[in-house]
Ligand binder design. Structure first.
Ligand code: GDP
Ligand code: IMO
Ligand code: MG
Length: 421
């Protein structure tokens, strides 16, 4: 019998807690793969008193029987990946023979970061607030058909020619000094090791699925950061929604068996752009502190706000989730009351769908519902029945408004702090 594909995708603006569920569920999977994004992602996983932050490696790496795949749809910064290898191995986890990298994956060089920074700095007050990890410039090279891919490393001489041509083009446009000698020396040193991990990943994944192996796909970034469906231009440069899973790996969609959306019990956003439910007051500060809402990648304080139903429903529609993981419910423990944004209104009319134009999104009036808090700690509970009545009411009301089952409820960072309904 063929195996199954399960996907775990960010349903809001990122940092919903994808890494935690991937880490927990990957025990049951043979392969864990990433399809999109790059080292803009920061997925934190806590195991005992150890903390791991993954930018490029799938969070499934912590289970020593899983094979981890970096799909063709990423932009790969090779030194960051090797740093992650070292970090994981230093913490006693062997990665030997467990990493496969798509031969078609786009390469992200150090100069893409310089360009990312230069583009941001030129925008004055209209900065996207990127992670400055070179994501946009590396994807631009790919889309403009002048980028390099991992398979280019097969032939070192032509790799160097292509690299020099690409760099020269960027230097002409952006006019910066650059130490290509060190970067090329590093890549030449790592070349054999990289070629050893290089795989025709689409063939590998489809063959594995066909032979009965199960694959877990770890989404990066999130739906509202999607280049097409997100709050453009305050988005990332890839497709973190369900379509990106298939273009970013080449897996056949027929294997998709389970599609889980990760939603935080309140909203957060890093970087610029409209945020209709943002809390700019002491409650926002209280949530930021309780939830430790500071970026895993950049350390920036995350903007916080109330749960946004119109936005999350839009994400559920685009992704077709069959269940949700509501994360960080415990962070709301201390609040007297909790608000939910149930509708957006524009010019006095309730909107049926999520607005495309940012000026409209900035203007929307939010219709609220207020629920009482539960004022007690959830962190040591184990089952749905043990949840306080008001916490159950909050979850059930969200489920009703969203029209999608909430199967998992996060009540802490640890692996065991997850209620499964
Ligand atoms: P990701 O990018 O979606 O993987 O999320 P991040 O790792 O950037 O941010 C989520 C943070 O919340 C991490 O530090 C997680 O350990 C933590 N987290 C995840 N789920 C829960 C939860 O249910 N409760 C609490 N308190 N923390 C959680
Ligand atoms: P994970 O996987 C939160 C945001 C950046 C910025 C915009 C564009 O940890 O959920 P980029 O560097 O991609 O060009 O930045 O997208 N962003 C994220 N925000 N979590 C992420 O990933 C993000 N990846 C990108 O903050 O606003
Ligand atoms: Mg993150």
């Amino acid at each position: 019998m063929a195996g199954k594909l399960s996907t775990i995708l960010g349903a809001q603006w990122g940092d919903e807690g994808k890494g935690k569920l991937v880490d927990i569920l990957s025990e049951k999977y043979d392969i864990v793969a990433r399809a999109t994004g790059g080292a803009n992602a920061g997925h934190s996983v806590y195991v005992g008193d150890q903390k791991f932050v993954f930018h490029l490696l799938p969070s499934g790496i912590l289970h020593e029987n899983t094979v981890c795949v970096i799909g063709n749809g990423l932009v790969l910064h090779i030194p960051t990946m090797f740093e992650e290898f070292e970090d994981v191995e230093a913490k006693g986890i062997s990665i030997k023979n467990r990493i496969k990298i798509s031969d078609r994956v786009a390469l992200l060089f150090e100069y893409h970061k310089i360009i990312d920074g230069a583009q941001e700095d030129s925008k004055g007050g209209k900065k996207v607030g990127t992670t400055r990890r070179g994501i946009g410039p590396a994807y631009s090279d790919k889309i403009n058909r002048r980028g390099l891919r991992l398979c280019d490393l097969k032939n070192w001489e032509t790799f160097v020619e292509k690299y020099n041509a690409n760099l020269a083009w960027h230097q002409k446009v952006y006019g910066f000094e650059y130490d290509s000698v060190s970067e090329l020396k590093y890549l030449q040193e790592k070349r054999e090791e990289l070629l050893g991990m290089m795989t025709d990943a689409a063939f590998y994944l489809n063959s594995a699925l066909e032979s009965g192996k199960n694959v877990l796909l770890e989404g990066a970034n999130a739906a509202l950061l999607d280049i097409d469906h997100g709050t453009y231009p305050y988005v990332t440069s890839s497709s973190p929604t369900i379509g990106g899973v298939f273009t970013g790996t080449g897996m056949n969609p027929k294997y998709l068996a389970e599609n889980i959306g990760i939603v935080k019990a309140y909203m957060t956003r890093v970087g610029s752009g409209p945020f209709p439910t943002e809390l700019l007051d002491s409650t926002g500060e209280q949530i930021r502190t309780a939830g430790n809402e500071f970026g895993s990648t950049t350390g920036r304080p995350r903007r916080c706000g109330w749960f946004d139903v119109p936005l999350t429903k839009y994400s559920i529609m685009i992704n077709g989730f069959n269940s949700l993981n509501l994360t960080k419910l415990d962070i709301l423990d201390e609040l007297d009351e909790i608000k939910i944004a149930v509708n957006y209104k524009l010019d006095g009319k309730v909107l049926a769908s999520f607005p495309a134009l940012l000026e409209d999104l900035e203007k929307v009036e939010v219709e609220w519902e207020t629920l009482p808090g539960w004022k007690s700690s959830l962190k040591d509970l184990n089952t749905w029945d043990q949840l306080p009545e008001n916490a159950k009411k909050y979850v059930l009301r969200l489920e009703e408004l969203l029209g999608c089952p909430i199967k998992y409820i996060g009540i802490g960072q640890r692996r065991d702090q997850l209620i499964v309904r």
